[in-house]
Design a protein around this ligand. Sequence first.
Ligand code: OSB
Ligand code: MG
Length: 368
Amino acid sequence: MKIAGIELRRVAMPLVAPFRTSFGTETERDVLLVRVDAGAAEGWGECVAMSEPLYSYEHVDGAAEVIRRFLVPILAAAPSVDGYAVGELFEPIKGHPMAKAAVEMAVLDAQLRIAGMSFGGFLGAVKETVPAGVSVGIMDTIPALLTAVESYLAAGYSRIKLKIEPGWDLEPVAAVREQFGPDVLLQVDANTAYTLADARHLARLDPYDLLLIEQPLSEDDMRGHAQLARVLQTPVCLDESITSARAAADAIALGACSIVNIKPGRVGGYLEARRVHDVCAANGIAVWCGGMLETGLGRAANIALAALPGFVLPGDTSASDRYYATDITEPFVLEDGHVRVPTGAGLGVTVDSAELSARTTATEWIPF
Ligand code: OSB
Ligand code: MG
């Protein structure tokens, strides 16, 4: 495939409600989009880096700089490019998986739109719909949390994930269990807010029969997670720590987790995400698809990925209206607690150009 150029576009997406985690509060998603012009088709990529380096070391301005300064020249110098070539071409550049993933996604989208093949078909999706979970932020009060959880359950979400941090862990979990009963699929996500010294405290979550506890310790603390996993009954799931298929293999071998959250941006793209899935499947490790408050573009690709056979737990693949009043593509909606895997060519969703223009804060065209 021959590429004429790449457009970097910044889009401001106000969230329907503030989203608070142990690392900060988001009220507006500052999204970096990558548009590849391949002549016969254009392809879209969404960079999941956040405005500040609080979830991981990447941030939106940094990702844009890495793309324009290092990744685009590599692609521009290649005689021909496809989705598989992108990862190999970017190998010499260390790190910056979210920047790389956004470019790879855009190239794959263009290539698949030209080939008339869907993202799901390309990745190996085996389902037409996937169950949708929802990630519920830290709230000011327990009643506010219970109101939010009640409305998500009423909407049909099949799994609730509560964000936790020291001071907001046992009480919210106990309150949700007490209010909504033992049958609700419930899990927690600490986003690295604890240390191994909190092991006994975290073991007090055991009686609540949680599906998993996600990333309790630091990103680079594999051994700590292995030690923690030995004292908790709640299964340990890793998010931030799983930066590649190799990291997943290491974590599994060490006993650092028994479940893996797969986020394509965090591992450098959808092809590496599929390799993480394959490593986990080969080891009998359950996976689910994480989210980064994506627009309809990233959501479409995540939902396609979540339809692979190893994704046996509901993901953070919520309906669009959980995040945005209006999206830049047609919205994903809940159907009986599920979202539908797009079947059209490429991502299978169409950008609403009026909506996109209205939300755009900056554009930059880089010809090849
Ligand atoms: O840790 O999974 C996380 C959002 C931003 C950054 C990190 C995380 C999250 C979420 C929300 O939990 C997932 C979503 O619904 O998109
Ligand atoms: Mg997480």
